[in-house]
Design a binder for this molecule. Structure first.
Ligand code: G4P
Length: 534
């Protein structure tokens, strides 16, 4: 329990949003409010901006930027905040899903003009799988957005989470005057200022305070009605319901104008959970457990273009990590020490001597780590809960240079270890299929295979609907699949049997004929759900 003080002061979270809702802007503003940076404009966007799919160099440049900002750590009110960055581009959504397994809570940003968008729903589904606590920021109130009550209803409906506004806007767009803080009975007056923080806050003795009328004149009634409506419709805020992921407190603001962000940050540090226990193949591990443990949730290649280094990002779950100390790599059953672990402070990377639960460290790696790998002080368990989803697009790999087939194999293995794509291999024919979430990933894979491994590959169209991991008890259960559907059967990297269905009809047929087999479009790394291989 010697680490308890350090654990208590850590908050590890991610900001999630549909692209363009304001995630990058909010990240920067949190750094501004915490004092980690002094002036806005210092954080570069990490997203691959509206890039043409063929713009490889741009992708590479952007990847470089996103390494530097993969973890932003800063202090605020005596707490150590670790903000884990997620790629803004939807084609790299799987990276985001994995990062969500390494955080203890999230802030969700919604654009008040657009409301709940497709990517928001997907990301929230991942949060719900783990009951991750969520705080919501409805952003861009300086623009002509939708009615706030309508937005709140839409969030509840589409994201299946109850909401509880803790601030409420007065006006929107050109008539936006500020937000009322329902907990503190204060009103923050809106002033557009993109670079600096300007506070103009007035306290009231509640909605009946005559001062309201003095300041807002005839508009005071509307403000009073709105606040009374909220307090009437929504139950009082309860921290327990937030921590269990049932209720999301909601804030309104304009990240671009530094507005409404202080309320959000102050509430975040007060409410957000400290590092929480995590599930392993041998039960839950509490952060207060004295023995070190952690898992790899992200691997980033080519930190330095001159070397082939990769960096494995490890989330510390228990104990204390110390530089140059031997730890157990469970999958390889090997002890390893790390002389140059990196930590991330604001935006600079530095050598870390010790790190605690909730922290993320970067370990230089030459091909020893895969997503989901676990490090311990000797115990052999693996962290669970890192999801693998069926890819959405499938292509067959064609080797364009027969003299480089070894390089191609190696490249595919390494890139898929990083989690850039999923690889499925047909055992009889050795046909290789790459599955990704978005088209852009194919371009990145092609480019990196050539640049880093000297292999030339092409990807040809494949008629596929979805991949399903097969769960079954005995080999007999999959006999029909192997005899009659071998064309659609593959193994993944861990030798688990996967059925790539051509269509939903093909899936139904296979399910009908194989009642003892479970078809799973989503599994977890290190989850022993699939017991047999091919
Ligand atoms: P993302 O990371 O979620 O993809 O979004 P990002 O922060 O990059 O914001 C997307 C766009 O929305 C940016 O404009 C940004 O300036 C703008 N934005 C963010 N917050 C607010 C806000 O509160 N009000 C208004 N009006 N705009 C906001 P852009 O033109 O795409 O980029 P830029 O040239 O401004 O960087």
């Amino acid at each position: 329990m010697s680490n308890i003080k350090e654990i208590e002061r850590r908050k590890t979270f991610a900001i999630i949003s549909h692209p363009d809702a304001g995630k990058t802007t909010l990240t920067e503003k949190l750094l501004l409010f915490s004092g980690a940076i002094q002036i806005a404009g210092a954080v570069k966007s990490n997203k691959i901006r509206k890039t043409a799919t063929s713009d490889f160099l741009e992708i590479e440049k952007q990847r470089g930027i996103s390494v530097a900002s993969s973890v932003l750590s800063f202090d605020y009110k005596g707490q150590k905040i670790n903000l884990l960055d997620t790629p803004g581009h939807k084609d790299f959504a799987e990276d985001t899903y994995r990062t969500l397994t390494a955080v203890d809570s999230v802030i969700l940003v919604i654009d008040c003009v657009k409301g709940v968008e497709e990517q928001t729903e997907k990301l929230m589904n991942v949060c719900r799988m783990r009951n991750t606590p969520v705080i919501i920021l409805i952003n861009k109130l300086d623009r002509e957005g939708r009615d706030p009550f309508e937005l709140l209803d839409e969030i509840e409906e589409k994201l299946s989470i109850k909401v509880r506004p803790l601030t409420f806007p007065f006006g929107i767009g050109v008539s936006f005057r500020g937000v009322y803080n329902l907990t503190e009975n204060t009103f923050s007056f809106y002033k557009a200022n993109k670079q600096f923080i300007e506070d103009d806050v007035k306290s009231f003795k509640g909605v009946d305070d005559p001062e309201l009328k003095t300041i807002f004149g005839t508009d005071a009634k509307k403000l009073k009605d709105d606040i009374e409506l909220i307090n009437g419709v929504y139950e009082p805020f309860n921290k327990k319901d937030y921590l269990s992921g049932e209720v999301a407190p909601v804030f309104f603001g304009s990240a671009l104008n530094n507005f409404g962000i202080r309320e959000l940050l102050d509430t975040f540090v007060e409410l957000a959970p400290r590092p929480i226990p995590r599930e392993t193949t041998k039960g839950f591990i509490d952060p207060t457990n004295d023995k070190f443990s952690g898992f790899v949730f992200k691997i980033h290649a080519n930190i330095d273009p001159k070397h082939r280094d990769r960096m494995a990002f490890v989330r510390i779950c228990s104990g204390k990590f110390e530089r140059n100390t031997y730890y157990h790599h469970v999958r390889l059953n090997r002890d390893m020490k790390f002389p140059n672990p990196a930590s991330f402070l604001a935006q600079s990377k530095s050598l870390v001597e010790t790190a605690y639960p909730g922290d993320v460290i970067g370990l230089y790696d030459s091909d020893t780590f895969k997503i989901g790998d676990t490090l311990t002080e000797g115990e052999s368990f693996m962290f669970k809960g890192i999801p693998r989803f069926s890819p959405e697009i499938f292509r067959v790999v064609m080797n364009k240079d027969p003299f480089k087939s070894k390089q191609l194999e190696k490249g595919l293995r390494q890139l898929t270890d990083e989690g850039l794509a999923q690889l499925f291999i047909q055992p009889d024919t050795n046909r290789k299929v790459i599955g990704v979430v978005g088209e852009l990933q194919f371009d990145v894979i092609k480019y990196r295979l050539l640049q880093e491994f000297g292999a030339t590959a092409d990807f040809t169209f494949m008629n596929a609907y979805k991949a399903f991991w097969l769960k079954y008890k005995s080999e007999d259960d999959v006999d029909e699949m192997k005899r009659l559907r071998s064309n659609s059967l593959y193994v993944d990297k861990t030798n688990e049997l996967v059925f790539i269905a051509e269509s939903s009809f093909a899936l139904s047929r296979a399910q009908e004929k194989n009642p003892k087999v479970e078809f799973l479009s989503q599994v977890e790394h290190n989850d022993q759900t699939v017991e047999q291989g091919y």
